[in-house]
Design a protein around this ligand. Sequence first.
Ligand SMILES: C[S@@+](CC[C@H](N)C(=O)[O-])C[C@H]1O[C@@H](n2cnc3c(N)ncnc32)[C@H](O)[C@@H]1O
Length: 211
Amino acid sequence: MRRLLLKIFPGMREFSSAEDLRSDSDNGAYNLAVRRAVASYRHFANFKRDKDYNKILEHVSEQDGREYLKILQDRNDGIFNGARKTLLRSDAIGNPRKYDYGTGAPLSPTTLRYLKVASDLKILFGDLSGTRIAEIGCGYGGQALVCDTLFKTREYVIFDLPDVTRLAAKYLESFLLNGCYVPRTLNAATPEPYDLVISNYAFSELPRAVQ
Ligand SMILES: C[S@@+](CC[C@H](N)C(=O)[O-])C[C@H]1O[C@@H](n2cnc3c(N)ncnc32)[C@H](O)[C@@H]1O
């Protein structure tokens, strides 16, 4: 019904940026879904299943989750076992779709992807404890939570659209972190040195001028 209304009344859409600076995510419906989750606990409790939200995030398939899990198990680098408690904690928020992968408790394929990325980071950069990381396009902060928990990062600067940083803050405040997070829009930060800057499926979708 909501999507039908957006089709009939395109003026109901909510954008973050001027037209020439919009990324693929800034499609009018995503921002509304994010605002619902920020404004109401009822929506926040289920935001990972919101259909408009799922067009942009939280849409990793059951099969992709299986493949991420297999990579993690083959690598046996301690990431999956170290994250079992994190996985269960993080998946308690936002009601993600979960599947039975034969590991005991059903798991979210999106969380498995964040863990696989953490494993990649460990291979590429080694020990990230005590580091200052920036992530461009943090979504709800799933990667930030995994890095904070597994690596014990010191500071994690999460860049995203204004409403999305509010959702990420609400999400991360649902946990007790080891380090701290700093929510920012790209315009609200001066250039600073970071130990590592990452972007999962976000930098590539930004318009050239914003990149
Ligand atoms: C496909 S999602 C990926 C999210 C997250 N990295 C993940 O892997 O789950 C792209 C992200 O880029 C963000 N984004 C879009 N335009 C942006 C901008 N101008 N500045 C920062 N982030 C932006 C979106 O809000 C969204 O969170």
